[in-house]
Design a protein around this ligand. Structure first.
Ligand code: 13P
Length: 253
């Protein structure tokens, strides 16, 4: 059976003090929530918070993710943070290829091949983001775009390594806009992804693949989106910055 995940991507928000307070609040509120075996909660604070946040959360209930990592192991790469460094801080996962990184920092499939390799090598879970822009959807190219993003960056992986990936489908037009994809649009894309993964890696890998939806998920729409058969949870931006709304979204899974 595949895992269900609710992950909070804090992006570049909060200073350490406020981030630790938020993590502590989420941790406390989560104590009251009965989580099913198959449900995992992840938070992805900024790099600078990871050490401190890891000290205030119960790491059996809340897993830690980073929002990015370097393409290389170590060396003269000023300003970069390696996957090994993140692993040593207790990270379990790394978000890769977020549309903001693709759009503002020029991340390409070539970069993502290397980053994915780093994350897998350091025994963490890559949360691989994909998703089309509004113009691409309007032109009817959304399936083609998403298929290319996934196949270019991930389809060189062995079956064993591909099985470690979590996919997050985040249509760019739904991120931070308050316009979420309809449950039908989310389901349609998730089923499409699962199907082409099946063609490449077979039934078992496709069935076990966790595919998250991201883009304006809020407490009032999470339940209907999560109820779709191929939606295995969410990658939450804005609504993960308030303990109450994040917890309500977790309860919706
Ligand atoms: P919002 O939930 O703020 O739309 O952000 C989604 C996102 O980009 C998560 O990675």
């Amino acid at each position: 059976m595949r895992n269900k995940i609710v992950a909070g991507n804090w992006k570049m928000n909060t200073i350490v003090r406020d981030g630790v307070a938020l993590a502590s609040m989420i941790n406390n509120e989560l104590k009251e929530v009965e989580l099913r075996e198959d449900v995992k909660v992840i938070i992805a604070p900024p790099f600078t918070h990871l050490t401190f946040v890891s000290q205030v959360v119960d790491n059996k209930k809340i897993l830690l993710a980073a929002q990015n990592c370097a393409t290389e192991d170590a060396g003269a790469y000023t300003g970069e943070i390696s996957a090994e460094m993140l692993k040593m801080l207790g990270c379990n996962a790394v978000i890769l290829g977020h549309s903001e990184r693709r759009a503002y920092y020029g991340e390409t499939s070539e970069t993502l091949i290397k980053k994915t390799e780093q994350v897998i090598k350091n025994e963490m879970t890559p949360i691989f983001c994909c998703g089309e822009m509004l113009e691409q959807r309007e032109a009817g190219n959304h399936f083609k775009i998403v298929e290319a993003q996934i196949s270019e960056a991930l389809f060189h992986l062995s079956e064993e390594d591909f099985a470690k990936i979590v996919i997050a489908y985040e249509p760019v037009w739904a991120i931070g806009t308050g316009v979420t994809a309809s449950k039908e649009q989310a389901q349609e894309m998730h089923a499409f992804i699962r199907n082409f993964v099946k063609e490449k890696y077979g039934d078992k890998v496709a069935e076990n693949l966790t595919i998250l939806y991201g883009g304006s998920v809020k407490p009032n729409n999470a339940k209907e989106i999560f109820a779709e058969p191929d939606v295995d949870g969410g990658l939450i931006g804005g609504a993960s910055l308030k303990a109450d709304s994040f917890i309500d979204i977790i309860k919706a899974i």
